[in-house]
Write a protein that binds this ligand. Sequence first.
Ligand code: URA
Length: 256
Amino acid sequence: MSDPRQELRDLTAAFRAHLEARGRCGALGVSLRPSPAAPPPPRSEEPDESLSPYPTPPPVLYDEGQVMHSGRGLTALRAEIGDCQRCKLAKGRTHIVFGTGNPEANLMFVGEAPGADEDAQGEPFVGAAGQLLTKMIQAMGYQRQDVYICNILKCRPPQNRNPEPDEIAACEQFLRKQIAIVQPRVIVALGKFAAHFLCGETTPITRLRGNLRTYHEIPVMPTYHPAFLLRDASRKGEAWADLKQVMALLNNMGLR
Ligand code: URA
């Protein structure tokens, strides 16, 4: 005799495949996130959610009719930024450094602002700090293209000075939208600026790092910026401990 629950699961899978074939969910305004109406997976496939403080997917941050969870959503957002003149950094930049990686990544890394190499190449984290970040990502078992990488500011501050409040105010909308589009399950905040911005607190990074926080219910792990780790390699162990917590969290979500 056929199992009606199995039939429903097959139907759901076929519908999801159909939506993907039609150009992903965003075009149709339908989420591919597990729906509350979907039947539960067989017990053997269920992650041990009792271990995770984040057993369910985070809620969407915007109406899905407005924001597409897909590469097309990011393309539309990049178009919205255009030849941005919203702040004084526009004058000195070569490229707007938007973001790179998997538009549907489970894991997102957020840094501070592009440096000289990033400004020249138009891609985040490609200089010395970026090479260390790439090694950290690989140590976690991923490639750069598996995760999503971006910054708070999309343009390089002169002489790599700290971001100023008016620059963050002009640019933060784009990071918020990137997060809403990508819908990462975990975010790693690299350094003080990203950590303070995403965690909404100003605890020194030396105390904040390693302590899970949330951004709109998405878990955020604050850790040291790779540029800081290049200056003080003795802190790498702490950063690795933070990343191992992230790996454990993703494991508990059944995403690794
Ligand atoms: N530092 C950052 O915070 N971001 C980059 O993209 C490069 C260096």
